[in-house]
Design a protein around this ligand. Sequence first.
Ligand code: AMP
Length: 254
Amino acid sequence: MSSRVLVGVKRVIDYAVKIRVKPDRTGVVTDGVKHSMNPFCEIAVEEAVRLKERKLVKEVIAVSCGPQQVQETIRTALAMGADRGIHVDVSGKDYENLGPLQVSKILAALAKKEDASLVVLGKQAIDDDNNQTGQMTAAMLDWAQGTFASEVVIEGDKIKVVREIDGGLETIQIKMPAVVTADLRLNTPRYATLPNIMKAKKKKIDYMKPSDLGVDLISRIEVVSVDEPPQREAGVKVESVEDLVSKLRDSGRI
Ligand code: AMP
């Protein structure tokens, strides 16, 4: 079996940016807003690169689906240690409709084309909070899946995955080929150093369209509206415990 790893890296609005909803409520403002690699994708890249450094895999390929700008996200992955990149161009209206179903079709097609034995993704993207792409990709490929991974150990053609579940950890063993999704505690991603950023400029990024992979981008979802979270009401100061209790009672909270 080949030991090629495909890592999905998504370009999202930076986690520190205060999100603003467009006045027509069709989405959020993205123009002129700082974007970065989805934090869980950084963890996925780091894990794949560590597997390569331990000589457990031969090649790490970073894939991003989106418009021209996602090449920056791929470059970041290359500077972290991925060997080469693939940019699957999805722009305009298709990009607005791009979701887990379309991305997983693309990733599944690439996993087969590249003869990968492992796909590592983030557990979720912080913009749409879908948490579906890994699961759907495994389903499309009919591969095993280890989601919410906080530890990944390759043992021959098997992988031990420690999963973060409600109230504890679950350890499973899955057979390769497989899809793994990275949770927060899997590792601490490295920063790309300047020499590595320079080196990454020379690494290859292949360019293709979904149709080159035989993938259609038909969406089954229509966003009806996007709204700001409700504003928090101002608090009130109370003079005494009695005052607090009576206010709580009056408002029906006790
Ligand atoms: P989601 O299911 O949308 O929450 O995303 C989970 C993971 O799927 C992300 O952390 C990425 O690894 C991968 N993914 C989602 N969208 C894309 C994309 N446009 N390009 C590459 N990978 C993606």
